[in-house]
Design a protein around this ligand. Sequence first.
Ligand SMILES: [Zn+2]
Length: 193
Amino acid sequence: MTRKYSHPKYNKFRFDAGSLALNFVATVRHRGAQPRDLLTTPEVLADWLKLTGCSKTVVLPSFHDFDKSILLREAIYRTVRSFILNEAPDAIDVNCINDTAAYSLAVPQIEAVSYVVRWESVHPIKACLAEIARDAINIIGHIERNHLKMCDNHGCQMLFLVNSPANRRRWCAMSLCGNREKVKMHRQQKKCA
Ligand SMILES: [Zn+2]
C-alpha cells in the first residue's frame, strides 16, 4: 500500500481541480487512503499562495495564520463533500467559511507616472483566505451540484469541478486515476473470464 503512492507525482501540488478553493482542498493528496498533507509549513503555504496568484506580495504566514488556513481548508473540504453527497453541512464549518469570506480582499492601486499596479491589503494572508472562502461559496451557490465530483478512485477521492457541458468525467485526471482504475477493471475482467 505504501508503494502505491510513493511516486514523486503524488507529492506535487495539483491545480486542476477546477477552482481555487478545490485546488486548496487538493493540497491533501489521496484523501481516500493514506492522506498526505503537502502544506507542511507556513513557508510551503506561502509558496502555494504565490503559485496560485492569490498572494500578490511575498508574505510569510505566521503560525496562527497557518493554523487558520488549514482549518479553512478542511472546513471547505467537509462542506463541499457534504454538498456533493447531498448531506447537511457542519454548522461550524459553514461559519468558518462565512467568517473568512468576510475578510477584506486585496485592493489594486495604480501608481502615478509608472503605471505599476500594486496590491494593497491590511492583512495579505487574510485577504488570500477570503478569496479562497468566497470561491468555495461561489461554487456551492452557483454550480450545479452534479458538476461537483469526487474522484471515483477510492484511494484518491479528490474533489473537482467539471466545467464541460457533457459532464462525463469520473476521475480527477485520466493520467493519474482513470488509467489506474481502467487497468484494475481490465485485470478483474481477465480474472472473471
Ligand atoms: Zn483521482
